[in-house]
Design a protein around this ligand. Structure first.
Ligand code: PLP
Length: 624
């Protein structure tokens, strides 16, 4: 538990049982009725689904929705806030139907609504939600069709807010509202001058591509006034960026936005809602710091600071307290999904043991290398490392010049790696090391080949080096004796995970257990519920993984409540516009031609065609 820092990043949901299984609980920090993840894996496999599997644990989503809503309600009560809170889950964070459905189901008791950033998302939202007390916030750039749909939603009784993101959207909205005879609910998205740090900081600030500056907002007010529609402007929206690690930046944004809100009220707009957008961060590395993969605040603190910040400004200005909306996505759904994968193989960089004495006729450079190795001590590591590199290059040159054989070269390289391994062992835990020697342990670490695609399942790990907690889900009562990084099964040198959480730093390897013959070894990648599923791509034609949803019950048991088979080869081929029937026809012709040439028998042809068909209908990942 300590080695993998489970208690730090797991938000109380994950822990290790006495028999070394990773377990998950529906009630944070209470493991009395926790469920073993290896047991869930056994259940998944018994149902005929192969790894990799994206495991969704519904209770974790429920808990996060409750935590956010209750924290706002508590903060409001404690500070005597006179408005209310409404959540709006941004569909973009995870658009999968199962996820949006689960968010609306678990969020219903709090009237947790949705945020749509495009026409397609609005169409999804309208089909998923029908709570007249919840909000449906429409951000993103809009055309006539988008505007009309939102206006029809208002006709149906939805609290559907059209947020003006660009100056030229307003004339269209005014025109369509009049044409359809609908009184719209309007919002404006402000560009704040407050800017946040972190990976997605550029969504906010003066230079952000979204939103209106002060002059443009005043123009909106004037235009609405001219159209006699100023009372329709009811919402102020801003978004500083996702994953804002520092609470001070959140507070600065709230203070500035509250001033603008008061300004809009003073201008005569019908203000009712203040929408803070997303940004509530997830502590991926468990450090509780303002590092980009963490956050230096709790959800309770976030809510209290938001309410206090709004009240401070609005009370001073004598403005009524608005309904606070947040579009938190990451914080709601990140915990709920775990990527489970099996390790297929491991490469060890382990030199072979040397014979007692080198053969009589051993090349002089190999002899020198050997002597360097024998003379190694902690005091001469750097000098020995330099010598080893020099003699290794001499050995290679001798081979290139035809002086030594391939077998002799292999002996030379083996002595070199033995030397490097000894240096790494001698320098382990030394407080300061010459830069050249620092990466040695990593050069010698194992590579564990895992059955998944980084590009499909963890795109942010590849694209922006986001850190996700990774750990074995069993054998946690055994000391992990190996160090390694992870490679996926795409044929891409970027298809790897070699950045792991380690306190406030990043480790290039992680502790792993040695593989056992005929025994599967399973790893979990955690907190992957936000953004990863739909940003993933089809690199090497690895498709969507199988998805399994479980619900933990009161008595420590659990139910399988959902199962989605991943893409087949046929599916992914059709995504890239292949006609699989035509492929099969052409392959059949190729096989027939081989029969004619006498390369195969008709019976072999049947077998080969069957293998091709099975492949088309099979999983894109390695199957058991
Ligand atoms: N709202 C808007 C307008 C966004 O662009 C985003 C994502 O960046 C979000 C909400 C969700 O943010 P988060 O996942 O940080 O809660």
């Amino acid at each position: 538990e300590r080695l993998y820092r489970v208690r730090e990043w797991g938000a109380g949901f994950f822990g290790v049982s006495e028999n070394g299984d990773l377990q998950v609980t529906a009630r944070p920090d209470d493991f009395s009725e926790a469920v073993s993840i290896p047991e869930i894996i056994a259940g998944i496999q018994a149902r005929g689904l192969d790894m990799p599997v994206l495991l969704r644990i519904e209770n974790l989503l429920d808990t996060q929705i409750t935590l956010l809503n209750e924290s706002f309600l508590q903060a409001m009560k404690k500070l005597a806030y006179r408005g209310s809170y409404l959540g709006a889950y941004p569909i973009k964070v995870n658009q999968q139907q199962q996820v949006v459905e689960a968010v609306t189901r678990h969020g219903r008791r709090y009237h947790h609504g949705l945020e749509a950033g495009s026409k397609a998302e609005l169409i999804a939202a309208l089909g998923m939600h029908n709570d007249p007390e919840a909000v449906l916030v429409c951000n993103g750039y809009k055309d006539e069709e988008f505007v009309d749909l939102a206006l029809h939603a208002v006709q149906l009784g939805f609290q559907c807010v059209l947020v003006v993101e660009m100056p030229n959207e307003l004339p269209l909205i005014i025109e369509r509202s009049k044409a359809l005879g609908v009184k719209p609910i309007l919002g404006v998205r402000a560009k704040l001058s407050s800017q946040a740090t972190g990976q997605w900081a550029e969504s906010g600030g003066d230079r952000s591509i979204f939103g209106l500056n002060a002059t443009q907002i005043i123009e909106v007010i004037d235009r609405l006034g001219e159209a006699n529609m100023l009372d329709c402007l009811q919402l102020l929206h801003y978004h500083l960026g996702s994953q804002i690690p520092n609470i001070r930046e959140i507070r600065a944004g709230v203070a500035e936005a509250s001033r603008i809100y008061a300004g809009l009220t003073a201008e005569g707009a019908g203000m009712r809602y203040l929408d803070l957008g997303g940004g509530l961060a997830v502590d991926y590395d468990g450090t509780r710091t303002s590092l980009s993969s963490s956050r230096n605040y709790s959800v309770h603190e976030y809510c209290a600071d938001v309410i206090e910040g709004v009240m401070t400004v609005l009370d001073e200005q004598g403005v009524d307290h608005p309904t606070i909306i947040t579009e938190s996505g990451r914080a709601l759904v990140a915990y709920y999904s775990v990527l489970l994968l099996n390790v297929v193989d491991a490469a060890r960089f382990e030199p072979e043991p040397l014979p007692e004495a080198l053969p009589e006729d051993t090349n002089i450079h190999i002899r020198h290398l050997h002597e360097t190795m024998l003379a190694l001590t902690r005091d001469n590591v750097q000098e020995s490392f330099n010598d080893a590199l020099y003699y290794r290059d001499e050995v290679r040159q001798a081979f290139n010049q035809g002086i030594i054989s391939f077998r002799e070269r292999a002996l030379g390289e083996n002595v070199f790696w033995l030397t490097v391994r000894t240096i790494a062992a001698l320098t382990r835990n030394l407080p300061s090391l010459p830069l050249e020697l620092e990466g040695l342990a990593r050069t010698l670490s194992d590579i564990y080949y895992c059955n998944f695609s980084v590009f499909q399942s963890l795109p942010d790990a590849w694209a922006i080096h986001q850190l996700f907690p990774v750990m074995p889900v069993h054998r946690l009562d055994e000391e992990p004796a190996r160090e390694g990084s992870l490679a996926d099964i795409t044929c891409d040198c970027d298809g790897k995970i070699d950045r792991f959480i380690e306190g406030a730093g990043v480790n290039r390897t992680m502790a792993l257990h040695a593989l056992k013959p005929l025994e599967e070894y399973y790893l979990g990648v955690f907190l992957v519920g936000a953004y990863q599923e739909t940003l993933g791509d089809l690199h090497n034609l690895f498709g969507d993984t199988n998805v399994v949803t479980v619900r933990i019950l009161e008595n420590g048991k659990y139910d399988f409540v959902g199962e989605l088979e991943g893409d087949t080869v046929e599916d992914v081929l059709s995504y890239v516009e292949y006609d699989t029937k035509a492929l099969l026809t052409r392959f059949r012709e190729t096989a027939e031609a081989s029969v004619r040439k006498g390369l195969i028998t008709p019976a072999q042809r049947r077998e080969i065609l069957q293998a091709y068909r099975n492949g088309l209908h099979g999983y894109t990942y390695l199957e058991r």
